[in-house]
Design a protein around this ligand. Structure first.
Ligand SMILES: Cc1cc2nc3c(=O)[nH]c(=O)nc-3n(C[C@H](O)[C@H](O)[C@H](O)COP(=O)(O)OP(=O)(O)OC[C@H]3O[C@@H](n4cnc5c(N)ncnc54)[C@H](O)[C@@H]3O)c2cc1C
Length: 439
């Protein structure tokens, strides 16, 4: 990991290149840039590569997440303006857009969140060819990589969790208490793209959606406040988290976490505060427990590199997978012989959302009942999910498909799961019987 903390650097002009860190709080890169630069410019690139059709024929990022992303970037622009920083937005490859800004604005330094997966590394490779200082930061973790002994991380979640809980602490989150002078703002000629600009279709909001939220730091913070302080739903999380219908069975914070509108430390410390002031119980603990899963998959991907994208997964398993397009399409379109799978897949298709219980079942069905290459399923999730996150998605897919971190390699009994979690067919009726109903 290349996390950098630098002191007393000479003041130059800097870029903060935002990627999956779309917030202006609890952001070490931004804070360091403000304290140590003459001028600071923010940049966000809608990289056209992210919206192109993949080899399976669907967009790498489809309309639901793209829309959430546009809303998130809009909010970031507004938040940055409050601290006198302009956000340059482009629908362009970072290499073209950022290189030209570096030249035009005499930039000496670029700040960005540290990423380690292949695509992200390729995307930033051009920076190495330019005479510029690069500073990277790791605020996307609950447990900071500098505090973690990466060489001794277990492949088993329980061991990892116990290690974190016993040996580590979660660093404080922080708000920025500095800002740039007003003359740092530059002329604003950069517009937010529309879905059409990204080559994607518009969509109508489906009122059945369990995720009726908008993107951006402010919306994420509202949701956090609602789930903890206003509704106190977090106090019942352990009992409700396997739910399927409605916005409150789980926190729904994953989408803001995935694009960095919220940081996991902010959520962690809010829960700790809630525990002090309102109530501490198994449910409040369980929300933190789930956030540790998120970190776990990040560390698994650091340790295993590109193996997380290989069919044998991190276990190098030699299973036989099939590549049957017709069967795969039945899964996508909710036309399998399993109504519970179908209901979940239609929810994903129409809303970009699926519950954790649903995700486990449909993934197990595709990979362990149909034996279809699990990476096809992961790619479809990548396209549709509003909360897609490379580490959580590929980590969970490997886990469920028997090529990852599940020591017991379980297969879900779909009928039993449907009876247990949807005993009155309410969820299945919602998606299988109601016509697509829009407003
Ligand atoms: C096949 C499959 C694919 C998945 N793909 C993604 C993905 O692309 N992005 C994503 O964020 N999550 C993914 N998950 C994990 C999980 O389903 C979602 O994080 C969760 O449903 C989000 O809802 P929530 O925010 O209400 O979660 P809550 O139940 O409220 O949990 C709180 C937070 O803990 C974290 N979390 C919870 N469960 C998991 C988990 N199993 N793995 C990692 N982090 C977890 C999330 O950040 C979540 O926001 C996947 C799970 C499966 C089985």
């Amino acid at each position: 990991m290349s996390s950098t903390v630098v002191k007393d650097v000479e003041k130059v002009n800097s870029i903060v290149w935002f990627r999956n860190d779309l917030r202006a709080v609890d952001h070490s890169g931004l804070s360091h840039a403000i304290d140590n630069s003459k001028n600071v410019i923010g940049v966000y690139c809608f990289n056209p590569h992210q919206f192109k059709l993949n080899n399976l024929g669907f967009p790498k990022t489809d309309s639901f997440r793209a829309n959430f992303l546009i809303e998130s970037v809009k909010c970031l622009k507004e938040e940055l303006k409050k601290i006198n920083i302009s956000l340059i937005i482009g629908v362009d490859k970072p290499e073209s857009l950022i290189s030209s800004i570096i030249l035009k604005k005499n930039i000496g330094r670029v700040y960005l969140q540290d990423e380690w997966t292949e695509e992200e590394i390729k995307e930033e490779d051009f920076l190495k060819k330019i005479d510029i200082d690069i500073f990277k930061f790791n605020d996307q973790f609950l447990y900071h990589p500098q505090d973690v002994d990466i060489n001794n991380i277990s492949n088993v979640f329980t061991n990892f969790r116990k290690y974190c809980e016993k040996k580590l602490h979660v660093r404080q989150s922080f708000v920025l208490n500095t800002k740039m002078n007003e003359d740092n703002l530059i002329e604003d000629e950069f517009l937010l793209p529309t879905l059409k600009d990204l080559g994607l279709n518009n969509f109508n909001f489906d009122h059945r959606s369990a995720f009726p939220f908008k993107g951006g730091y402010k919306q994420g913070l509202d949701r956090l406040n609602y789930y903890l302080w206003e509704s106190k739903k977090v106090s019942f999380y352990k009992k409700t988290r396997n739910g399927l219908i409605g916005k409150d069975y789980s926190s729904k914070l994953s989408s803001w976490l995935s694009n960095g509108s919220l940081s996991p430390r902010m959520i962690y410390h809010s829960i700790k505060d809630y525990e002090k002031k309102i109530q501490k119980n198994q449910s409040t603990y369980w929300m933190i427990f789930e956030l540790i899963w998120r970190d776990f998959f990040k560390y698994i991907s650091i340790i295993n590199g590109n193996k997380i994208f290989k069919v044998g997964g991190i276990l190098d398993k030699n299973y036989i997978w099939i590549h049957e397009t017709k069967l795969f399409e039945k899964w996508i379109n909710g036309k399998t012989p399993e109504p519970f799978v179908n209901a979940n897949m239609l929810e994903l298709k129409y809303t970009g959302w699926m519950s954790n219980r649903g995700r486990q079942n449909v993934a197990s069905y595709l990979s362990k009942e149909n034996n279809i290459d699990w990476r096809w399923g992961a790619k479809y999730f990548e396209s549709k999910l509003i909360d897609y996150d490379v580490h959580s998605n590929y980590g969970n897919w490997m886990y469920v498909s028997g090529v990852g971190n599940d020591p017991r390699d379980r297969k879900f009994n779909i009928k039993f799961q449907a009876e247990r979690y949807d005993p009155n067919n309410k969820f299945q009726n919602l998606w299988l019987q109601e016509k697509l109903s829009l407003f």
